[in-house]
Ligand binder design. Sequence first.
Ligand code: 13P
Length: 249
Amino acid sequence: MARRKIVAGNWKMNMTPSQAVKLVEELKPLVVSEDVDVVYCVPAIDIVPVVEAVKGTNVQVGAENMYFEEKGADTGEISAEMLVDAGVKYVVIGHSERRDYFKEDDVLLNKKVKKAIEAGLTPILCCGETLEQREMGVTLDWIRLQIKSDLAGVAASDVANLVIAYEPIWAIGTGKTATSDQAQEVCGAIRDCIREMYDDATAESIRIQYGGSVNAGNAAELFAKVDIDGGLVGGASLKADFGKIVNYK
Ligand code: 13P
């Protein structure tokens, strides 16, 4: 069976709550789609108003981060249970900005992935190489290490439902998109890695997105690749173009 595409916006640290509701209203008629799952991953403070604003539409809401502990003395953090109770379905885990600026490592990310799944959230697990790593020729080794570490101890039945986003760091916010062949090579290698770790059925079921300067002009070519099941979109998710990306065909 063909995998259903999933196009998610990662709003990053943009949109106050009132701006967020306005954006949801503007995008409402543009992101209607029968064939594509549409997700807005929004700042924590926007979750409650955005969940309310998307009611009755085809859009689901994701968080951009969460903590792995159940509850307690973790000032400033948000638990998986809080997200679920607020109506969140997806959670971005391991975005390169969190790995880099907030020093999140694979041991921590593995805990977050497990907790998200246990709580009933779908992780959008991010991976990606730096330009230096690409030039050194270690991209696939690096990505495999990230995937293997972040999914260590996660059951096949859970992995089958999750989403992995391949986001080359050199392509994020730079306007430099990976070519569709470069993106396909790595997304295909991620699927092979899942096949090795689990089995064929799990590898064929997991959805793998590309992220990094996706826009209305390049989405169709990227999403046509055999192992690319949609996109994780930063900058272009904050404007009307997002509707064109969702309806890329
Ligand atoms: P841009 O689409 O702005 O390059 O951001 C990509 C990204 O980091 C999505 O998570």
